[in-house]
Structure formats: C-alpha cells, structure tokens
Write a protein that binds this ligand. Sequence first.
Ligand code: AMP
Length: 283
Amino acid sequence: MLIFKEVATLQTWLDAARGKGRIIGFAPTMGALHDGHLELIRMAKRDGCLAVASIFVNPTQFNDPKDLEKYPRLPEKDTALLISADCDALFMPPVAEVYPPGVDLTLDLDFGHLDKVMEGEFRPGHFKGMATVVHRLLDIVKPHRLYMGQKDFQQLSIVRDMIRQLRLPVQLVMCPTVREPDGLAMSSRNMRLTPALRAVAPVIYQTMQWAQAALRQQSASEVQHEAMRRLAAAGLKPEYFDVVDGVSLLPVRQWSDSDFIVACVAAFAGDVRLIDNLVLKGQ
Ligand code: AMP
C-alpha cells in the first residue's frame, strides 16, 4: 500500500492509474479504523476498483472542540489494518494540504431541511464542514466511485444531494452498517466507552429493532416516546429518536405514510456520543 501525504504526489499516481484504465474507488475516513471502515475498502476491491482510503480528522466538522481533541488517532494501527484489507493507497494529509492557508474552500450549498434535522439540529455547522471536506477530497482524488457507510445515514443523504446539485461525476455506493455481535454499530468512538457503558450501548440497536415491530401497531410519536424512555431507562442520554422518510428525512406519522422508513438515533453513553439508524421499512 502506498502512503501519500501531499496532494500533488497522490494526483500524479492517480493520473497514471486512470491512464491505465483503472477505476478508482475512494473511502474517506477520520481514522481509528474498524471493520466498518475496512468493509468500504473490501467492497471497492470486490467491485474491481483501485481502492484509495483517506484518513483526515476534519477540524471543520467538529462543533465541539473537546470532541475534536478527544477523537482517537492511531495512524500505525490504521495503516496495518488497511494493508490487511488490501487497500492500494492511503492519503493521510496534514491540515494545510486539505485547506491551503488563505484559500476559502467552504462549500455553502442549500440542502433544504436535510441538514437541519437530527444531527443538523444537535451539531450546528457539522454538515457544512462535512460537505466541505468531502467536496475537497473528491476534488483531490477524483474517484469514479465513492464508498460511504449507512451508519451515517443523514451524511449519506447530504452527500447524495451535494453530488446531485453539483453534478459531480462520481457514483455514490452505500455500504451496510457493520455491527458488533451484540448489535452495537462499529464506531471509532466505541473504544472510549467504559466497560459498563459498553455493556449498555447495544440497547440502541435493540430499541430500533423494537421500533420496527412496534411501528406496525403504534403511531410514530408513540414509538418515538417509548424508544426515548427505553434508552434513558438503560442509562443513556438520548438526544433524538426520529422515525423519518428515508429519502426526504421528514418525520413520518405512521407505518403506512412511506415505503421507506428509517429510525435514526443519537444518544450519549457517558460523554461518548453514539449515532445509529435502522431501516424499518423498504429498501
Ligand atoms: P468516519 O471515520 O466515522 O468519518 O467514517 C468514515 C466512513 O466509514 C463513513 O462513510 C462512515 O459512514 C463509514 N462507517 C463508519 N462506521 C461504519 C460501520 N459501522 N459500518 C459501515 N460503515 C461505517
């Protein structure tokens, strides 16, 4: 696996690969890699791509400076994991390569309500920072295919909308959420959970599964209310449990409202903020 820290050297190598007709599959990450990230690489390889990963802890998408500071950074371990997944290249740039001083690369698109609800409500500025960095990384790597996880469902919806609005020549590929055996969605943040909170955290998945069955009999607001109660009773601090249409991200009132319904959750386990989602109906 080749490791690049500079845009120019990465682009020279990518241009040569493109010239040889290689299809480039790109998976942007913030590191502290786990099997969920590696699945993006494996999927790109299965699709016959030259797999390129990036590790960049993007300062502009952290609304809480403490969260940025505490974000785990494990470059050596990450490199070994990417090699084990047969990744072809890793782009690990310093901040100045992504955001050259004096150049304003902020992307200011109107995502309608897609970036106002759920994460958008609780993490102001997060999606603007996320869209800016994904746009910048796409501009650097110019991949044919962009691999992103369903784990960040709202993020995917916004990136899909960005690609549509800007008519970017890239195909977005969604990878299903990879979970621990007890249902907890793999996340770089899980390593910060105490053993006691790690034991409690699977209640997020259990509650979404409960909601899937319950929504057939109860209204979405009843399900939402009971789900929040269950999360809190288990010792988590839920921020939201929203039952939304999978395309518009607007709330649904009941099972029959949409063919594609997703439950999206954010909850604190101690000071670790966890997010997850489950498709309750459709797709
Ligand atoms: P992050 O490093 O958290 O920014 O995530 C980088 C990419 O990996 C994003 O596209 C995530 O959606 C994806 N990802 C993170 N966790 C998982 C998971 N458990 N399963 C599948 N994809 C994931």
